[in-house]
Design a protein around this ligand. Structure first.
Ligand SMILES: NC(=O)c1ccc[n+]([C@@H]2O[C@H](COP(=O)([O-])OP(=O)(O)OC[C@H]3O[C@@H](n4cnc5c(N)ncnc54)[C@H](O)[C@@H]3O)[C@@H](O)[C@H]2O)c1
Length: 285
C-alpha cells in the first residue's frame, strides 16, 4: 500500500534486469507511491532479461541504453521527458559489472582493460548520467539522484575485487557532482550503501554465500533486503529528504558500525585455526 510519497513525480530507473534486481523493487515501489517512470537497461539485457515484463506491468517506457555511452544517456533523458511529460524528479543508478570478477581475475592479477571497463560501467557512468542531465537541464529543482554502493568502498571485503575501487569512485562522484548540482540547481546526489543482497550481480562476488551469512549475523538488525532498499530509495526520492545531499547512506542493518559481536567472538574462539591451501601454505585473504 502506497502513501503517495512520490505523487506527481517523474523518475528514471536504470538497472532492472530481473525480479531479483534491486532496481526492479525500486521501480515497483516508486510506482506504488504514485510516480510515473521510465526504465533503462543495456540493449543486451533488454533482449535477454525480463525488463519488458516489468515495463508492461508498470506501464513504463523501456529505453535501451548502454550507460557508458553519453549519446545513449542523452536519448534516455530526452525520451523520458517526452514520455513522462516534463522534467525528471528522480533517477536511480543501479548499475554494476566487473569483467575481472566475471573472468575470475584476482585483485593482484587484474587485466587493466577489464579494470577500465569495470570503472566505466560501475562508476563513470554515474558521472556521465549527471553531466548529461545537467547539460540538458533535465532534472527539476530538489530532484534526487541516487546510486547504489557497497561498504567495500571503505573497508576491504574478500572477493569484492576491483568493484571496491569502482564504488569508491562512485561515492566520490556523488560528493563532487552533488556540490555543483546542489549549488546551481538544488539537485540532490547521494549513494546508498546496501547490505549484500541475492541478485545476479551479487552472486558474481566470490564467497557471496558466506558473506551474506556473516553480515546477517553481525548486523544488529540483520541484512537489509532489496525490498527494504526500495523503501529507502523512495524516501530519498521524496520531498521528506530535501536537504540530504552529497552523502553515502548506509542501509545495512548496522553492519558498517560493528567490529565484534558476542556471537562472532564465541564462534571465533571455537573454530580458530590457520587456513591453508593444498600445499600447506597459509591463506591470508
Ligand atoms: N547485490 C548486492 O549484494 C549489492 C550490494 C550493494 C550494492 N549493490 C549494487 O546495486 C546495484 C544493482 O545491482 P543488483 O545487485 O541489483 O544486480 P543486477 O545484476 O540485478 O543489476 C545490475 C544491473 O547493471 C546493468 N548493467 C550492466 N552493465 C551496464 C551498462 N553498461 N549500462 C547499463 N546498465 C548496465 C545490468 O544489466 C543489470 O541490470 C549495483 O550497483 C550493485 O553493485 C549490490
Amino acid at each position: 500500500m502506497g502513501n503517495d510519497l512520490l505523487k506527481g513525480k517523474r523518475g528514471i530507473v536504470f538497472g532492472a534486469l530481473n525480479d531479483m534486481s534491486i532496481a526492479w523493487k525500486v521501480a515497483e515501489r516508486a510506482v506504488e507511491e504514485g510516480a510515473i517512470i521510465t526504465l533503462s537497461n543495456t540493449p543486451l539485457a533488454v533482449r535477454m532479461g525480463t525488463t519488458n515484463e516489468l515495463a508492461e506491468k508498470l506501464n513504463a517506457k523501456l529505453i535501451p541504453a548502454d550507460a557508458t555511452s553519453v549519446e545513449d544517456l542523452e536519448q534516455v533523458f530526452a525520451q523520458s521527458m517526452e514520455a513522462l511529460g516534463g522534467k525528471i524528479d528522480f533517477v536511480l543508478h543501479s548499475i554494476g559489472m566487473s569483467p575481472n570478477v566475471r573472468k575470475k581475475r584476482t585483485y593482484d592479477d587484474l587485466d587493466y582493460d577489464m579494470l577500465t571497463a569495470t570503472l566505466d560501467i560501475s562508476a563513470i557512468s554515474f558521472h556521465k548520467m549527471l553531466q548529461v542531465a545537467k547539460k540538458m537541464n533535465a532534472i527539476n529543482e530538489y530532484g534526487s539522484v541516487v546510486a547504489l554502493s557497497y561498504m567495500a568502498a571503505q573497508r576491504t571485503v574478500f572477493g569484492y575485487n576491483d568493484m571496491a575501487d569502482a564504488k569508491s569512485i562512485l561515492e566520490s562522484i556523488a560528493r563532487s557532482f552533488g556540490y555543483i548540482y546542489g549549488r546551481e540547481h538544488n539537485v540532490r546526489v547521494n549513494t546508498i550503501s546496501q547490505s549484500p543482497t541475492v541478485t545476479t550481480a551479487g552472486s558474481g562476488v566470490k564467497g557471496m554465500e558466506g558473506l551474506l551469512d556473516f553480515s546477517e549475523r553481525m548486523s544488529p538488525l540483520g541484512n537489509a533486503t532489496a525490498a527494504e532498499c526500495a523503501d529507502y530509495c523512495v524516501v530519498m526520492f521524496s520531498d521528506l529528504t530535501r536537504k540530504v545531499t552529497m552523502q553515502n547512506l548506509y542501509h545495512d542493518g548496522g553492519f558498517s558500525s560493528m567490529a565484534m559481536s558476542y556471537r562472532a567472538m564465541e564462534q571465533y574462539n571455537k573454530s580458530f585455526e590457520d587456513f591453508r591451501d593444498e600445499n600447506g601454505k597459509i591463506i591470508y585473504g
